[in-house]
Design a protein around this ligand. Structure first.
Ligand code: BGC
Length: 372
């Protein structure tokens, strides 16, 4: 199991990078008093504005930090790695002492993080791990393997696989090959589902059934793009379902892929109802929550991004105040150079019946966002 493989490395005692935040430049507006913005110059680098969650993630954290008197530079990179690198470079030259980075391609940031290190900046990987660099101090995320487990178990329960039911036609998808999270999502789900594929209770008519967790990228959708997921589903439907065969279940790792897959199913004539396939998702994006309410998507794995923002805000305060940074996982996230001390939050399943109680009552979404 991937989790076991990734857990293998031993870890030394948690080294806490203290002192990384004492500012060397005057705070905006003068002075460098403790607690002033000179102590708390933060660069936030987010991947794209094209997905709702990243807009919320960035803006929430920016506001909290600004309210606490920090200087904040928030940037979005249009899913382009080069753009993200130059944004981070600008933040470093602007005096950032803390960098919060949701990487586009987690393997390309080594050189720019070297520059960050030279300036004694502390680096927090946000949601996605940054690979191949010593200079990643902390990682804050949701339990990514668990996200996949929840999707796999949902399918297992809905189809009665434990009771031996089947065969069902499954089409699995995976996330962007350059996103470290995507392999965790897939492994979590596949560790539940693959045994049923092996037993013949799940059949994959397209043949796009990875032989093991490590082969996940073969079904990855670059950039998590809805249109690419749609085109892939169109191909699978026209090539392997021409004889009246129906898809019973689609493993979709997140909501942006689910939207594309749902559009493809719609144009192939699938409508909500008893024969509509079970489709999984992640993020609780508005359009997908609407789809859940309309019976066009079965579930989403909700990650309350406000809680992630709060956690990173706490980390930043701890760093700024020279305190020990609280983490709860020092084993799982080996980035190839070190095991990055991590704080993992817990994701949860949302289905039609708990849209109101979990998403609306908590204020994550407004009723009007989802047509309620
Ligand atoms: C995030 C997901 C998101 C996906 C696409 C992943 O790294 O964890 O929440 O759906 O990227 O942006």
């Amino acid at each position: 199991m991937l989790k076991k493989i990734l857990t293998g490395a031993a870890i030394a005692a948690l080294a806490v990078g203290l002192g990384a935040c004492s500012s060397t430049r005057p705070a905006d507006g003068g002075g460098d008093a403790a607690g002033g913005s000179g102590d708390c110059n933060v660069g936030i680098a987010m991947p794209t504005r094209s997905l709702e969650r990243w807009i919320n993630d960035g803006e929430q954290l920016q506001k909290k930090l600004q309210d606490a008197g920090c200087t904040v530079d928030l940037q979005y990179a249009d899913n382009k790695t080069d753009q993200q690198i130059s944004q981070i470079q600008n933040q470093i030259s602007g005096g950032a002492k803390i960098l919060v980075i949701a990487a586009i391609d987690g393997s390309t940031l080594g050189p720019v993080l070297q520059e960050a290190k030279a300036q004694n900046a502390t680096v927090i990987a946000y949601d996605r791990l940054i690979n191949g660099s010593e200079n990643v101090d902390y990682y804050a995320t949701f339990d990514n393997y668990k996200v996949g487990t929840l999707q796999g178990q949902f399918i297992e329960e809905q189809l009665g696989l434990k009771d031996g039911k089947g065969p069902f036609n499954l089409e699995p998808f995976a996330g962007s090959p350059d996103d470290n999270n995507a392999k965790f999502f897939f492994a979590g789900a596949w560790d539940v589902l693959k045994p049923y594929v092996d037993k013949g209770q799940l059949v994959v008519p397209s043949g796009k059934s990875p032989a093991n967790d490590d082969a996940w990228a073969s079904i990855g959708i670059q950039g998590w793009a809805s249109d690419k997921a749609q085109a892939e589903m169109d191909n699978r439907l026209s090539s392997f379902y021409g004889d009246g065969k129906k898809v019973n279940v689609v493993l979709s790792p997140n909501d942006s892929l689910a939207i594309g897959i749902e559009a493809s199913l719609k144009s192939a004539g699938y409508t909500a109802g008893a024969d509509y396939p079970i489709i999984t998702g992640q993020d609780a994006d508005k359009a997908n929550v609407k789809a859940i309410l309309e019976g066009l998507q079965a579930m989403t794995v909700w990650k309350d991004t406000r809680a992630l923002g709060d956690r990173v805000f706490t980390m930043i305060q701890e760093i700024k105040d020279g305190k020990t940074v609280e983490v709860n996982d020092t084993k799982t996230y080996d980035n190839g150079k070190k095991v990055v001390p991590s704080y993992l939050l817990t994701p949860e399943v949302v289905v039609k019946d708990d849209v109101q109680s979990k998403l609306i009552d908590s204020g994550f979404l407004k009723a009007s966002d989802v047509g309620l």
